[in-house]
Design a protein around this ligand. Sequence first.
Ligand SMILES: Nc1nc2c(ncn2[C@@H]2O[C@H](COP(=O)(O)OP(=O)(O)OP(=O)(O)O)[C@@H](O)[C@H]2O)c(=O)[nH]1
Ligand SMILES: [Mg+2]
Length: 437
Amino acid sequence: MFDQLGEKIQKAFKKLSGKGLLNEKDIDDTLREIRMALLEADVNFKVVKSFLADVKTEVMTEEVMRSLTPSQQVIKAVDRVLTKLLGGITADLKLSGNPAVIMLAGVQGSGKTTSAAKLALYLKQKGKRVLTAACDTHRAAAAKQLEILCKSIGVDVRSFREGETADEAAANSFKEAKAGAYDVLIVDTAGRQHVDEELMDEITRIAKAVNPCEILFAIDCMAGQSAVDSAKAFDEALKVTGFILTKADSDARGGAALSVSYITGRPIKFSGTGEKLGDFEVFHPQRMSGRILGMGDMLTLIEKAEKASDAETQLKLAKKMAKNQFTLEDYLTQLDSLQKMGGIGEVLKSIPGAAGKLKGITVDEKAIVRVKAIIQSMTVKEREEPSIINASRRRRIAAGSGTTVTDVNRVLNSFSEMKKMMKRMNGNKRKMKFPFM
Ligand SMILES: Nc1nc2c(ncn2[C@@H]2O[C@H](COP(=O)(O)OP(=O)(O)OP(=O)(O)O)[C@@H](O)[C@H]2O)c(=O)[nH]1
Ligand SMILES: [Mg+2]
């Protein structure tokens, strides 16, 4: 989402690098470029004005630090102010109550129902027992949607019953959650095209009925400043406790995401980065700023790696590598982890310094799928002992995986190269953690 903005700001920084001392004009020129970049990203003009004033104050008052060049100091100042703009420190969910109630709110189509299910999965993975409540009584299809999503992740749903109003449905869900000893109740509500009185009235009644500890407003990044306006109106009527950025994976310009926290004073707690239920991340202002400024995002990458592959599997693999027993089967496991981390492109983007260098390079994510298909078309014996794969077996594997013999040869050759490399590294008594990192 922030690709263009990041590119433009980084371009402005580039002009500073190589300069010795910076004078006020250099700084003003840079700030002017950043101003353009922010306005083009559809950031609220009031936010832009305050942002630039803060950066200038930071830069002008900053002590000269020996370890930083003048241009690095400007970057650092921008990073600090941008982090503040995005909310400062990471805001955790504050769960309290028995069960703790989280209510989702937002305008129509902003991603409430999807986010309710994503949040349920997120909490389930943290060991919580979650019940979701479908309280969008206006559309029967809405309850069905939540049911289908939650079924796919093994989370219970309580849909509204015939004749219940939304607040009655919420209150009854609360009773059931309590009786069923659930830790968390997630309440999905109805959206409207515009924030109107009727919606406010209904949602206020729901909140009264279940007393949520968190009211999360789903803000659609693609809706731009109008999303910020509705967030503000909503917050004034019913205090929200935080935001979920949705569709952050889109090519939205990012203005809404950059303005909403400043305009409302409420933190962004999560971001939705895709349609799949696992595409959901805790929002870290510091890391997001680093990403926009091209400083990479190693922490998110490490977290993703941990999620994608458990420590035990990694340890087993490391041992196998040390003994030179890494097989095609293990290779397959590694490819799975890589895919779970969002593919090669995502991983590369998170590495500091790599983001800029990736421009114009297209990563062929389908290559992973092809390699996986090839290995999956091999027998167990072949995966353990690739040397037995002769010409006729290669033809069979190619046919089985919908690829060509040349593709199969390429996979086998690169696997054999990889093993040679591991052997050399073992010989050097050097440790190797992950073949892809
Ligand atoms: N790419 C992408 N799509 C998303 C994301 N979150 C939601 N969507 C999609 O946005 C559309 C609307 O999402 P819903 O969850 O139904 O939105 P809603 O706010 O519940 O909609 P109403 O109940 O009709 O008001 C669906 O097609 C979702 O798949 C996201 O983070 N990324
Ligand atoms: Mg919905």
